[in-house]
Write a protein that binds this ligand. Structure first.
Ligand code: ADP
Length: 342
């Protein structure tokens, strides 16, 4: 019998898209857990579906590199999802100036990322929201994919998806061009962005908008609460305008082209049929050596294959895992020995 009494609530860990995440103790096992509370009832029906989808997908997938769903139960009009507690995430590792990541460390974190993703893709599930703060890290150094809130089964042909699901910097070009039908390649592109971010220690295809800057000011709490509230309202307005129109998508494509060059029709024949296709003035690709100065030749070869424009020619996650980068020295660091924030 599952009752909420089973879990002893501790502090709030964070606020997610659909509700608060608490730290808690599972009194039956003594294990520390994270409980994601999803508001039900008064919300639009979509929220329920998202939650149910998350449960179904997570229950199907059991793997060392995927976050474990321990329990799920309704309580006081909320849906509670109980996950294994994770100490930190990859974003915190990348942003920590006190952490040095050796080439073997980077290889290890990235290999675990791809292993988790390979399991999803084998089950015909797209993650669709790959970004460093969705890659959680446990006390044993294991990296696990989290936040399947947006994932969906992509097996059935002819199925259409909404394309505005990714954090913009990790969004594949086919999504930015408005593709309604897309595949596992969107996760490969995002994983490539994460790889480059591990190597460079900064987001690879980062576009800063005015409202992003406001949000950053917000988060460093250098403003009075009154001013903060005013800004929040403005940010919300600005963001909703932005997300409707393709302005930010166009800026994002501009950033991609500036680094990787504009795609040609010989590179990507289907490009001209995408809904939001427009001709861009041609730019040449920068050399990979210049884009990621610290990376090995093997790393750069793998990167360039993940950033192939045509999703049909882009390397698959399984192929990426079999790339010589992972078998050449230095070998991936043992997860237990990986550096983590203090
Ligand atoms: P979002 O919907 O914005 O991606 P989540 O709902 O997944 O965010 O999580 C919100 C916050 O709760 C995260 O930023 C993270 O700090 C924390 N969190 C989520 N899951 C866990 C977990 N399993 N262990 C520890 N902290 C977690």
């Amino acid at each position: 019998k599952k009752v909420a009494d089973r879990y002893l609530k501790r502090e709030i860990l964070g606020e997610g898209t659909y509700g608060v995440v608490y730290k808690a103790i599972d009194t039956t096992t003594g294990q520390t857990v994270a409980i994601k509370k999803i508001r039900l009832g008064k919300q639009k029906e979509g929220v329920n579906f998202t939650a149910l989808r998350e449960i179904k997908l997570l229950k199907e997938v059991k793997d060392p590199n995927i976050i474990e769903l321990i329990d799920a139960f309704p309580h006081k009009g909320n849906l509670h999802l109980v996950f294994e507690f994770m100490e930190t995430d990859l974003e915190a590792v990348i942003r920590d100036p006190n952490i040095f990541l050796s080439p073997g460390d980077i290889k290890s974190y990235f290999q675990m990322t791809l292993k988790g993703l390979a399991v999803c893709h084998k089950k015909w599930v797209l993650h669709r929201d790959m970004k460093p703060n969705n890659l959680l890290i446990g006390s044993n150094g294991q990296l696990k994919l989290a936040d399947f809130g947006l994932a969906r089964i992509f097996g059935s042909p002819g199925r259409k998806f909404t394309h505005q699901v990714f954090a913009r910097w990790y969004r594949a070009p086919e999504l930015l061009f408005g593709a309604k039908l897309y595949g596992a390649g969107v996760d490969v592109w995002a994983a490539g962005c994460i790889f480059a971010e591990l190597l460079n220690r900064r987001p690879f295809l980062q576009v800063l908008h005015f409202c992003d800057c406001l949000q950053n000011l917000n988060s460093i709490q250098c403003l009075t609460s009154v001013l903060r509230l005013t800004l929040e309202l403005e940010v919300k307005g600005a963001n909703s305008n932005n997300d409707q129109g393709g302005d930010s998508d166009i800026d994002q494509l501009g950033k991609i082209f500036q680094k990787l060059g504009t795609p040609t029709l010989s590179q990507w024949p289907d490009l001209e049929w995408l809904p939001d296709f427009v001709e861009y003035s041609s730019q040449t690709a920068q050399p990979w050596r210049k884009l990621c100065p610290t990376a090995s030749d093997d790393a750069l070869d793998l990167l360039s294959k993940m950033f192939t424009y045509d999703p049909k020619s882009r390397i698959s996650v399984q192929q990426a895992l079999e790339h010589r980068y992972f078998t050449s020295v230095p070998l991936p660091t043992d997860p237990a020995k990986l550096p983590r924030p203090a």
